[in-house]
Design a protein around this ligand. Structure first.
Ligand code: GLU
Length: 554
């Protein structure tokens, strides 16, 4: 027996006696956005678990790009209807991650407790009244109903269906509370029997729905036939329902999310249809994968430190590097664009959502290192110095004090082979700089360490090189004078300066000028490679250079 219109109205009132506003009220409170036709509205909608997965940052970046490239709106909505997943200060972690990566939001939470924007509140747990208003209206229209089936009953139903080889679930003839009489329902309510609210499915097992996914292209699914739960027994809405209401009310035009949500699309499209609204466009991003032996798997929060965005901060990858790397993963044309647009900021890249690969990009630390070296090489010395200071202040106090106390020399050091057309690409993350430039600071460099001279130079020749060089070294040399001096010196002790001749007649020489300079470099810096040694000596000054040459030759 079905209920009359009047009975449904009464039922909605019984279920939501406190709801005073109407659907129309909310359409007024949250009016349609006044944006250009082409402007897109996107959002990042995480649960406040405090943890931001690199895949989450990936989808936030893609959503941000889609919105801001079209002069639209990108907002942050906190989806906290699953109270089990919530942690203290969970919002702050998310807000900080976005902020640190320079992903700017136009609306939503800007700190643990502050939010901006005309469509607030941007946290689902504070939007209960809105959800209840819409559920109340669905009940009134006979599009939703309370269901009193217990977990045990539903379990039994499933078992019976499986035994009879029919699709399991709560649908059609099995949806026993769909058409209960008003009297029966009222009895249950009066007896305080717990209930959920289900949406009456409009789906049919012999029909399909199709839609065009922004990323995956044309998709087709069987229609959803299940009467899904839209409101749980604790009166919190389910994710499915809350997202539909919010995305409509907040004017979202494009929903970008992980492809674990793909199977929910039939349910979501049905929700929008039943509510009488145009559904947003959906784009489902494949997960970032990791090579594990011979197979590929999702980056795991538990097993892989690089799954957490905090990892990149701790290691000191500049945010630009991570963003550029992610843009690379999303659009392979980024790399070529970057080559011809080295001066531009990453956010000038013409990003295309439809060019995102459908099969899941492979996370590659070597590639990130490469992208990051490029990104850092393009930075000014001042920029690098300040970023290093910021990083070390948080993660390496000793290094922070040294950098702070030696500003002038640190800047000179950072500027070696930088701020030119073809800058040196040697640093990929801030955590490696302390060791890389350790020879610049007495506090970090132990000159008595055993030195690793080139193997092809004999101990005797090492002594000859260092003894000779300490006598001819002149701090006032220009680069050219210095180079000529090294050349003359190398020649005088039997090391070739003409590389062609050296290659043709190696036996005529003890080695080449490269060996001479490498021996000097090792004596002064403790390593065989590094930036321009003339510049290094210039910054270190006569006293340190002479001391190191003298100590090393013994
Ligand atoms: N709250 C959902 C999650 O935590 C968001 C899914 C969506 O973006 O629609 O994954």
């Amino acid at each position: 027996m079905t209920r009359s219109l009047e009975e449904n109205k009464q039922l909605s009132q019984l279920l939501f006696p406190k709801v005073e506003k109407t659907v129309e009220d909310y359409e007024k409170i949250y009016p349609k956005r006044q944006l250009n036709e082409s402007a897109k509205v996107t959002r990042f909608a995480p649960s406040p678990t405090g943890f931001v997965h690199i895949g989450g940052l990936f989808s936030a970046l893609i959503s941000e790009r889609i919105a801001h490239q079209s002069e639209g709106i990108f907002y942050l909505r906190i989806e906290d209807t699953d109270k089990k997943r919530e942690i203290d200060h969970g919002i702050e972690g998310i807000v900080d991650s976005l902020k640190n990566f320079g992903i700017n939001i136009d609306e939503g939470y800007i700190s643990e407790s502050d939010e901006i924007g005309a469509y607030k509140p941007y946290k689902q747990s504070e939007r209960m009244e809105i959800y209840h208003t819409f559920i109340k209206s669905l009940i009134e229209q006979d599009k939703a109903y309370p269901c009193f089936s217990t977990t045990e009953e539903l379990e039994q139903l499933r078992k019976n269906q499986e035994d009879s080889n029919i699709t399991p679930g709560y649908y059609g003839e099995f949806a026993i509370y769909r058409n209960k009489s008003f009297v029966e329902i009222k009895e249950k309510l009066d007896a305080n029997i717990p209930f959920v609210i289900r949406l009456k499915s409009t789906g049919s097992p012999d029909r399909k729905i199709s839609y065009k996914d922004i990323i995956k292209g044309n998709m087709e699914f069987p229609e959803n036939i299940q009467d899904i739960v839209i409101c749980k027994s604790d009166s919190l809405p389910t994710y499915h329902f809350a997202h539909a209401i919010d995305d409509h009310v907040m004017g979202t035009t494009h929903v970008i999310r992980g492809d674990e949500w793909l199977p929910s699309v039939p349910v979501h499209l049905q929700l929008f249809y039943t509510l009488g609204w145009k559904a947003p466009k959906y784009g489902h991003i494949p997960p970032i994968l990791k090579q594990d032996g011979n197979s590929k798997r999702k980056l795991s929060k538990r097993k892989d430190p690089e799954a957490a965005v905090s990892f990149y901060h701790q290691e000191g990858y500049p945010t630009e590097s991570v963003l550029e790397y992610l843009l690379n993963l999303a659009n392979s044309s980024f790399e070529d664009w970057r080559k011809v647009n080295s001066e531009k900021s990453w956010n000038e890249f013409p990003f295309k959502a439809e060019k995102i690969g459908v099969s899941g990009a492979l996370f590659d630390l070597v590639k990130l290192t490469d992208v990051s070296k490029n990104a850092i090489s393009r930075m000014s010395a001042q920029d690098v110095y300040h970023k290093l200071l910021d990083w070390s202040k948080k993660y390496d106090q000793e290094y922070y004090s040294i950098l702070f106390a030696n500003k002038e020399n640190s800047l000179k050091m950072i500027n070696i082979e930088r701020e030119n057309k073809k800058p040196r690409r040697d640093i990929s993350k801030w955590s490696e700089v302390k060791e890389y430039f350790s020879y610049m600071y007495d506090e970090l460099y132990k000159i008595n360490d055993v030195l690793d001279f080139p193997e092809n130079v004999t101990n005797e020749d090492i002594k000859i090189i260092l003894n000779g060089y300490v006598n001819i070294y002149n701090h006032n040399d220009t680069k050219e004078e210095w180079f000529n001096r090294i050349k003359d010196f190398s020649n005088s002790i039997g090391f070739a300066t003409d590389m062609k001749d050296y290659k043709a007649n190696p036996d005529n020489y003890k080695g080449s000028i490269t060996d001479t300079t490498t021996v000097i470099r090792v004596a002064i810096t403790g390593r065989k490679q590094g930036p321009d040694i003339y510049e290094i000596m210039n910054i270190l000054g006569t006293k340190k250079v002479t001391l190191r040459l003298n100590v090393s030759k013994n």
